[in-house]
Write a protein that binds this ligand. Structure first.
Ligand code: SF4
Ligand code: SF4
Length: 60
């Protein structure tokens, strides 16, 4: 299964990753990104590319 990790020290809560994910896997909660349905992730890496502070990582 895909592992989506958000470094909460780096996440600015900008929401760019949420907007980039066409599968609606990511959600904003309390100002940070939370992966809600990692089992649906298609490993497209668009969220990683969208995250300027490099706070989100996606690994298989
Ligand atoms: S890798 Fe793609 S499908 Fe997976 S959470 Fe990021 S944007 Fe969504
Ligand atoms: S794009 Fe990066 S900094 Fe912005 S909300 Fe997502 S994980 Fe946080």
């Amino acid at each position: 299964m895909v592992m989506i990790t958000v470094d909460l020290d780096k996440c600015t809560g900008c929401g760019a990753c949420v907007d980039s994910c066409q599968h609606r896997i990511l959600e904003m909660q309390d100002g940070v990104c939370v992966p809600m349905k990692p089992e649906m992730c298609r490993f497209c890496m668009l969220c990683v590319a969208a995250c300027k502070p490099k706070a989100i990582s996606v690994e298989v």
